[in-house]
Design a protein around this ligand. Structure first.
Ligand code: NDP
Length: 403
């Protein structure tokens, strides 16, 4: 029925390609393109499906992207390269009349700062062109927004408190490694924290606020307040929310390494001169750290990501609600050769693409995932490897930290 173009052949791109290939009735033709074509070829060979072809593109270049889109004429681009490429790919999609989906919002290379304004500025152009752009369709952002939309649709008349909780209780056996692109990951974690409180953003120091939360099937884990991009759209789309926060777990060993990396200047994103060559320390660090795609083989344990929401139910009574997914690193690796962090990002990206291609999430313009119907998405998510669970009127724990 439809041809899809996946851009990016990292951990997430690998999972997206596997999952699209498992659903040939929707994704009749798959093109996988990235900066290094040999990586695309290796993924296509591992999948071994007859309907995957590969190509090369520098997605920083609009002319190269336009040439690629004109050559393959896909219905939809799934952008799982890096956040730096979001705008060039959106420009090329507009020029060629192609729909767009990504998993992370735009971030300029020279500034560790992400927000939706750059991509929301494309709303009118996509709408006028009759094209749909779906932003942030991984797990968080992605499923976290769909979970919130599901809660609003089925359970709440007013959502007042939203806490997105992200736990990785996996062990990859390395002293220090990041679970997705190290450059993007370290830029995100070393920023100030930020959360929504009574109509405005409150800023905290990096990882300053933390508390112990219990995760299903995992137990207690220290959880740190971070700023995360989906908070920006969720507080706009659900204005009854008084407080919105995002929490992520980190082990002590990870935090110690992170502190050292920062203290010795290796998290810097400006250029330094090394023997006459300009290098960006964080990009150099990426080159010597373990590749996130190679962590899968010995990765044990689970991730658990969900939304803890408090507010008034459809009859105006007080309600607490927790909706979450747990994903096993081992199972993800067995199926796709990638660990659960790539898996939990790649599966929702494929499901979002499926929603668009089957006509369920078609809406010209630029939209965050919570603007679409959550029901068909969550039904597919459960079938495609990420089953989810609900707890009503349990203890959300999050109120022990006032913020
Ligand atoms: P990787 O670093 O593993 O892969 C990125 C891929 O993009 C690589 O194949 C890389 O090519 C390619 N690439 C980079 N620059 C270019 C370029 N200029 N032109 C073409 N291809 C390029 O990252 P991940 O797979 O871990 O992450 C992919 C995306 O998913 C990121 O945007 C990340 O932020 C997002 N993400 C979202 C999550 C969510 O829940 N929403 C969670 C985790 C990740 P090469 O191999 O040549 O370097």
């Amino acid at each position: 029925m439809a041809k899809v173009l996946i851009i990016g052949a990292g951990g997430v791109g690998t999972v997206v390609a596997h999952k699209c290939a498992q659903n040939p009735e929707v994704f009749t033709e798959i093109v996988l393109a990235s900066r290094t074509k040999s990586k695309c070829d290796a993924i296509a060979a591992a999948i071994g499906a007859p309907n995957i072809t590969t190509d090369r593109v520098d997605a920083d270049s609009v002319p190269e992207l336009v040439e690629l889109l004109k050559k393959h004429k896909p219905e939809l681009v799934i952008n799982v390269a890096l956040p730096y490429q979001d705008l060039t790919i959106m420009d090329a999609c507009l020029e060629c009349g192609v729909n767009y989906l990504d998993t992370a919002n735009y971030e300029p290379k020279d500034e560790a700062h992400f927000e939706y304004s750059w991509q929301w500025a494309y709303r009118e152009r996509f709408e006028k062109a009759g094209l749909t752009a779906i932003l942030g369709c991984g797990f968080d952002p992605g499923v976290s927004g769909v979970f919130t939309a599901y809660a609003a649709k089925h359970y709440f008349s007013e959502m007042e408190y939203l806490d997105i909780v992200d736990c990785n209780a996996g062990d990859h056996g390395k002293a220090f490694a990041t679970n997705f692109n190290p450059e993007i990951n370290i830029r995100e974690i070393t920023q100030n924290g930020r959360y929504w409180r009574d109509g405005k953003w409150v800023t905290t120091g990096p990882l300053e606020i933390h508390t112990t939360l219990n995760y299903p099937n995992i137990g207690p884990r220290e959880s740190y307040l971070l700023y995360h991009e989906e908070l920006e759209s969720l507080v706009q789309n659900y204005p009854t929310i008084k407080r919105a926060r995002f929490w992520m777990t980190f082990g002590q060993e990870y935090l110690t390494h992170l502190r050292v990396i920062q203290n010795i200047g290796m998290a810097r994103i400006d250029e330094v001169d090394y023997n006459g060559t300009k290098i960006v320390p964080l990009q150099f660090l990426k080159a010597v750290l373990p590749n996130p795609q190679d962590l899968g083989e010995n990765y044990h344990g689970e991730t658990s990501i969900g939304c803890r929401i408090e507010g008034k139910d459809k009859d105006g009574k007080h309600l607490t609600y927790y909706i979450y997914n747990n994903c096993s690193h081992e199972e993800a690796y067995k199926e796709t050769g990638m660990q659960a962090v790539s898996y939990t990002t790649g599966v929702p990206a494929m499901v979002g693409a499926m929603m668009f291609l089957t006509g369920k999430w078609v809406k010209p313009g630029v939209h965050n995932v919570e603007e679409f119907d959550p029901d068909p998405f969550l039904a597919q998510l459960a079938v495609q490897g990420l089953p989810w669970h609900e707890v009503l009127n349990g203890d959300l724990e999050v109120n022990k930290v006032e913020g």
